[in-house]
Design a protein around this ligand. Structure first.
Ligand code: AP5
Length: 225
């Protein structure tokens, strides 16, 4: 399956992507995680990206599109993927259409996770992230109990600089202006499925599964009664 995951900052895209990958054998490609890895390693890409990310601004389209062009041709994504955080502008979506055509790939679905602003702010304010594996936790809703949970080995928990109050305001504004129009974009392509992102993580996942199961079984040509 090839899935696009849309939704405002803090909606739970990263959290739910983890469960989707386990269940359906797809791989998450998070542009945010990829950029943060580069910042941590001090690569030229990371140095450039850090000018934008901390304040909650989008990294320029050219940079991100080149990353996606490179990643989507790599074998680790050949069993299917979930694009978490890409596309984020109409230009990125149009470029993605071209790239997919060039690579002879077709999207199965664009999920949008819908959550109210007060809930988003609560989720972002309490979020803690593992520097090593990129997983998100929450000090109340999903505390990192076992440090060995880390997929890389030993969680190193920190608070993302773009989870500050100012940066969150900016990210929400940018989402409204630049990313929300993609809902209409994928609706017109008849790929959009809206998911109510309110409530507990397991409840939200059940709603996602209700949408993905038929697509998955259809892709296998298997129809359980
Ligand atoms: P990115 O890392 O993609 O951030 P984002 O889209 O803002 O999304 P978040 O990671 O903030 O939230 P999420 O929806 O994954 O929520 P999570 O699961 O963590 O991008 C960061 C930056 O990189 C951008 O601002 C930009 O600068 C740059 N960038 C990335 N892609 C780009 C692109 N394509 N173009 C240009 N620039 C780009 O959950 C949030 C919290 O809530 C967690 O604490 C979690 O435990 C908790 N939680 C989750 N679900 C629930 C629930 N149901 N109930 C209670 N708590 C919950």
């Amino acid at each position: 399956m090839k899935i696009i995951f849309l939704g405002p900052p803090g909606a739970g895209k990263g959290t739910q992507s983890e469960a989707i990958c386990k269940e359906y054998g797809v791989t998450q490609l998070s542009t945010g995680n990829l950029l943060r890895d580069n910042i941590r390693q001090g690569t030229p890409l990371g140095k450039e990206a850090s000018k934008y990310i901390g304040g909650g601004n989008l990294v320029p389209d050219e940079i991100i599109i080149n990353i996606i062009r490179e990643e989507l041709r790599k074998p680790y994504l050949s069993k299917g993927y979930i694009l978490d955080g890409y596309p984020r502008t109409v230009r990125q979506a149009e470029e993605l259409d071209d790239i997919l055509k060039e690579y002879d790939q077709t999207l199965d679905v664009a999920l949008v996770l819908e959550v109210d602003v007060p809930d988003l702010v609560r989720r972002l304010a309490g979020r803690r992230t593992c520097r090593n594996c990129g997983r998100s936790f929450h000090i109340v809703f999903n505390p990192p109990i076992d440090p060995d949970d880390c997929e890389i080995g030993g969680c190193d928990i920190y608070q993302r600089p773009d989870d500050s109050e100012e940066a969150v305001k900016n990210r929400l504004r940018i989402y409204e202006e630049m990313t929300k129009p993609l809902i209409e974009y994928y609706e017109q392509k008849k790929l959009l499925r809206r998911i109510d992102g309110a409530g507990e993580m397991a409840e939200v996942y059940k709603r996602i599964k209700d949408v993905l199961d038929p697509i998955y079984y259809n892709s296998l040509n298997y129809h359980p009664i």
